[in-house]
Design a protein around this ligand. Structure first.
Ligand SMILES: Nc1nc2c(c(=O)[nH]1)N[C@H]1C(S)=C(S)[C@@H](COP(=O)(O)O)O[C@H]1N2
Ligand SMILES: [Mo]
Length: 312
């Protein structure tokens, strides 16, 4: 594992000042209401509320973080529309409490987790990850979360569990984009069990030290930094352990364009464009895309002996 320890900064120190100012104004408004108890509850769930007890990052690529504004306003989340600005504009209709995540299938300990119990399952830590969309843009995002392995371990997968399926909420009333059939809802993604168990694989509940904004997949979403962004399913309600490779939403839509593995790979072009380069949001010139998005030291052994052109 190649992990740098050069960036031990508390999330509070990197929150952009305009966010702090905005939050202070918000808190002052709340104070005027003298709603102390309500505030306590709000702090748990509201997008932008500070997450308590977050461990500083020991994972960082040592690259500039993409500004909060870009991370939260330039998104793909087709449940809220297909334009990059749609999720930030429309995701306000998503209710993130109450929220449960069902862990089921080939496990000895199936369980329906309440989101607030899940938040206390394991220490929250910051992980600064490179993220790369299949469309050719990338960001560096300080996620807050815990390894997916923490849930998997407690679920005790049976010998039949070979893959893990992730299912996003399916509710067109809250997710207006689901009224159009751009994908076969619900959004489904999947990982091989060993990919899911990998220490880099994160369940994120926040970014920039704060509760996840809805458009980034609140209240809980997957983050798999060596794969194209679409593998990182948002607003997850179900984690299912299965024997057979799951049919993901993108494979069902266009199987010749999106395979199950979807590892970031500059040598395997998308049928309609090259994957050799990417544009880091905020930069003008394109940069070379790195094999496994730069996480090869950690993950290449998962694919030893596999033809990655065939298993794209
Ligand atoms: N449920 C769901 N999850 C999703 C998507 C989506 O449309 N629906 N889009 C994916 C794609 S294509 C990308 S690039 C990332 C982008 O969001 P982020 O910047 O918040 O990670 O979310 C992924 N997760
Ligand atoms: Mo993407």
């Amino acid at each position: 594992m190649l992990i740098r320890h050069s960036d031990l900064i508390l999330p509070s120190e990197i929150t952009p000042p305009e966010i702090y100012r905005e939050r202070r104004r918000f808190m002052q408004g709340m104070g005027a209401l003298a709603a102390g108890a309500a505030l306590g509850a709000m702090e748990d769930a509201t997008a932008g509320a500070k997450l308590a007890g977050v461990r500083a990052s020991t994972y960082t690529p040592g690259e500039d973080k993409t500004p909060y504004k870009d991370v939260t306003t330039y998104n793909n989340f087709y449940e809220f529309g297909t334009d990059k600005s749609d999720p930030a504009a429309n995701a306000g209709s998503l209710r993130t409490r109450p929220w449960t995540v069902a862990v089921e299938g080939e496990v000895r300990q199936p369980k329906v987790w309440d989101i607030d119990t899940l938040l206390k399952l394991a220490p929250l830590e910051e992980r600064v990850y490179r993220m790369r969309c299949v469309e050719g843009w990338s960001m560096v995002i300080p996620w807050v979360g815990f390894p997916l392995a923490e849930i998997i371990r407690r679920a005790e997968p049976t010998g039949k569990a070979k893959y893990v399926e992730f299912v996003t909420l399916n509710d067109p009333k809250q997710m207006p984009g689901q009224r159009s059939r751009v994908l076969d809802w619900p959004y489904v993604e999947g990982l091989r069990l060993d990919e899911a168990m990998h220490p880099l694989t994160l369940l994120a509940v926040g970014l920039y030290g704060e509760v996840l904004p809805n458009q980034n997949g609140a209240p809980i979403r997957l983050v798999v930094p060596w794969k194209y962004g679409f593998k990182s399913a948002k607003s997850i309600v179900k984690i299912r352990f299965v024997e057979k490779q799951p049919l993901t939403a993108w494979m069902a839509a266009t199987p010749e364009e999106y395979g199950f593995y979807s590892n970031v790979n500059p040598q395997v072009d998308h049928p309609r464009w090259s994957q050799a380069k990417e544009r880091r949001i905020g930069e003008f010139f394109k940069r070379d895309t790195l094999m496994f998005n730069g996480y090869g030291n950690q993950v290449a052994q998962l694919y030893r002996g596999m033809d990655l052109k065939r298993f794209f």
